[in-house]
Every structure is written in C-alpha cells, then in structure tokens.
Design a binder for this molecule. Structure first.
Ligand code: KE4
Length: 431
C-alpha cells in the first residue's frame, strides 16, 4: 500500500475506509493491486474508453471490467435498453421474452449452443456445466489445465499437484482434498500428456474443461492441433468437451474461439460480454445434453436472478451491435497496432518481451522465451511488470493490475489512444 500517493490521495483514503469493512477493501481480489503494489484508484465514473477516479484522474481503460465492455462504457443503446426496461420492472420472478431474445441471439452467433441456461456469473456457468457433464456421462473425473481459471467453484479451484500431472491439490484453503480428488490437472498445450491421461483413465473422465484461448495466465495461444486433439480424445472416449468462453466468447470473434478454430464443443460457458456490464452468465450446448437440466430433466440448477430483465436487456443490446464484421475488424486493427507498438518499444529499450494476442485480448510478458503455458508464463519478470504497470497508471492508462490477466480493447478505443498507451509503456521501460 502506497501511503499518501500524491496523485491518488482520495483513493488512498477511501481504501483505508474500505478495508475496515471489505476484506482487502475490494469485492474481487485482483482489484486490490496486491499483485503490482500501490493502492488502487477508486473509480467514480466512466464513459466510452475512459474511466475516472476519486481524484479526478482520467485513464484510458484497458481493463473494461475484465472484458464485458466491448462497446466501451455507457454505450448509448445499452443505456437506453436498461433505462427502457427500468420503466417496466427490475425483476419478474417469472419467464420473460427478453431471456428468449438473449438465448436466441447466443444461438445465432454460436451454433454449437443449441439450448442455453442463463445464470448470474461465469462461475455459476462452469460449475453447472461440470455438473451436467458428470450427470450425462455417469462419470466423475474432470480434466482442467494449470493456469486456466473457470471461476471459484470448489472442484475447479484445483492446482496441479507435485510430480504427476494427474494429482491435483486444493487451490485454496477451504477447498477439501476430497472435492478436488476428481479433478485432474494437465499443462495447457501438452497434447501428449492429455493423450496419455485418456489412455490410462479415459473411461472415467466426464469432461475436459478448457479456456480455448486462455486469458487467466495472461493470454496464451493454443498450439496448432491442441484444441483439435481435445475434441478428438473426448469424442473417442465419450467425454464432454466444455469450452469456457466466458472471456473469449463474442470477444475474439462473434462466434468466439470455437469459430476461430472451427471446433464444436459439447458445452460452452459464457459471461462478461453477454451481460453488457451487468451480471449475466450462461452455459449451453447440444440440445440432448441441455434437456437434462431441471425442470425438463433431473440435473438441478437454479438462480433467483437468473435471466434478470435489466441484465438481459443490456446483454441483448450489446450482442445486437456485434452482428456485423466491422467492430471486429476495427478491434483487430487496434490490437495489431498496440502489439506492434509494444514490440518496437521493448526492442528500443533492449528489453525481452513476449506479446501474446488474439484480436482485442493482449498480454505482454517480460521474458525471452515464448509463453505457451502456465509454467512459462511464470518465468516472466513480475517486478518489471509492476514497474511498467505503475508507469502506465501515471501515464493515464488503467492496465490490468496482474501479469496473469488479459488487457482488452473496445470498439470506441482509437489509434490515438493506443499510441498513448504505447508511449506510457515505453516510459515504463526507460524510467
Ligand atoms: P465470474 O464468476 O467472475 O463472472 O467468471 C469466472 C470466470 C470463468 N471463466 C473465465 C475464462 C474467466 O475469465 C472468469 C473470470 N475472469 C476474471 C478475470 N480473469 C474476472 C475478474 C475477477 O476475478 O475479478
């Protein structure tokens, strides 16, 4: 905690107050800036690509609430949709056609999602998808990958155990060994290890859950053939392939990572963008799988505010504006410009950098070797990342306060703003 940070006195004071009543002063750990040091800005307002803190510092927002705000803050159509719904009611306790609108829009963009259940977060989505996969197969084992984050449900808070990739250990106190005993953990991009695992235990594996383009170890790209091998192995052994596209869904392409790599998962988990900044998650996929969900089938799942009209109205208004190709072409141009600027700045400073990017998801790592899994991501120079993060903040750029996060662009970022981000990045290397 930086006491008396001159640029953020009111935020620093607010953090002191917040920590009296909120653990770490925040409602989600990454927001605390513990990973990068210093006291976080407390935000008061945002608009388009901008966000402002208590001390009236304005920042170019490269976090966008960790992905949802692909249209930027206060997109007029999203604001209008929420305002219009507010005149009609905030929660109904019964079905609304709005939920059907969102479900149909998801299906239109992601044909593998033949049926869908709306929930309130990505965590609920992945937790429910895992339950469905276990019910549908009658099997118990789940395979995940180190460094992939699927929310904080117990069975998915498992880390690779020492030695054998298949033994997992609890990822947090309070998660019992028993809970993660049925969770296997392998290295992302290690197709041979997954093949070997299936050869040994394939008949017991209910599902593989994977971020097809991980963003939670920083951005990591799947190696050619890796996702295809997961599809082939799960098909061969009768396991369910779950794509966790909470972050990549409608972000890297209208059809998500599954459209980029032409892979049809059995189930897909969604969140973030489909709520347009309000709380919405979803899981969906093959109709004969989803029809096993209560009340149609026996697999229980429920939620008081699932399909909440205000949140769903924001989601529908967001997805409606992603129906054309132009927004994605624009964000690809901006992402490429940002990547190029970072690479050139690092070269000029004679600093080793890896830049992993897909469309408008980008992470830079300060290391000489490629980053293709969690182990290689952790080779990066975290001290330098923190130094550059501070320079970005001082330069008026709110960058994700962790090496193991993705930055995001929106359709309202511009080339000029990207160039300003690059300038602050370069100052962080030279200072
Ligand atoms: P939520 O429960 O936070 O809505 O979603 C969990 C989740 C599931 N799957 C993926 C691929 C995710 O990225 C997430 C959440 N992402 C983090 C950012 N790395 C949310 C930010 C936070 O935890 O505060």
């Amino acid at each position: 905690m930086l006491d008396g940070d001159p640029g953020r006195r009111l935020s620093t004071t607010a953090m002191r107050r917040a920590r009296q009543v909120l653990p770490g002063g925040v409602n989600s750990p990454v927001r605390s800036f513990r990973s990068v040091g210093g006291s976080p800005p407390f935000f008061t307002r945002a608009d388009g690509p901008w966000i402002e803190d208590l001390d009236q510092n304005r920042y170019i927002d490269m976090v966008l609430a960790y992905g949802p705000l692909i249209l930027g803050h206060l997109n007029p159509a999203v604001v209008q949709a929420i305002s219009r719904q507010l005149t009609r009611g905030e929660a109904m306790g019964g079905p609304t056609e709005l939920e059907v609108d969102l479900a149909e829009r998801i299906r239109d963009y992601m044909p593998s999602v033949e049926m869908v259940r709306l929930v309130n977060s990505g965590t609920e989505a992945t937790m429910s998808a895992v339950r469905l996969a276990r019910a549908a197969t009658g099997r118990e084992l789940i395979l995940k990958f180190a460094g992939c984050y699927h929310g904080h449900s117990d069975s998915l808070l498992a880390e690779a155990g020492s030695g054998v990739a298949t033994l997992s250990i609890p990822g947090s106190p309070g998660v019992t060994a028993g809970t993660v005993a049925d969770t296997l953990v392998a290295s992302f991009n290690d197709a041979a290890a997954v093949t070997d695992l299936f050869a040994r235990r394939g008949e017991q594996i209910a599902a593989v859950i994977v971020e097809p383009i991980p963003g939670n170890m920083g951005v990591v790209l799947p190696r050619s053939g890796f996702l295809e091998s997961l599809r082939q192995l799960t098909s061969d052994y009768g396991a369910i392939l779950i794509f966790d596209e909470v972050m990549s869904g409608f972000r890297v392409a209208r059809g998500g990572a599954q459209s980029l790599y032409s892979i049809r998962p059995d189930l897909t988990c969604l969140g973030k963008i489909i709520g347009g900044g309000l709380p919405v998650g979803a899981f969906g996929g093959r109709a004969e799988l989803m029809s096993q969900m209560a009340p149609e089938g026996p697999v229980y799942q429920a939620g008081t505010l699932s399909g909440n009209p205000l949140a769903v109205a924001a989601g529908v208004a967001t997805l409606e504006q992603l129906s054309a190709d132009e927004p994605y072409l624009q964000m690809e141009r901006l992402g490429a410009r940002l990547e190029r600027g970072i690479r050139l700045s690092a070269a000029a400073a004679q600093t080793a950098v890896q830049v992993n990017r897909v469309a408008s998801m980008l992470t830079f790592f300060f290391c000489a070797d490629p980053v293709f899994d969690y182990r290689s991501a952790r080779q990066s120079d975290l001290a330098l990342f923190s130094k550059v993060h501070r320079a970005l903040l001082e330069g008026g750029v709110f960058w994700p306060p962790s090496q193991f996060e993705s930055s995001f662009l929106s359709v309202v970022h511009t080339e000029e703003l990207v160039d300003l981000v690059v300038e602050s990045f370069a100052r962080g290397l030279s200072g």
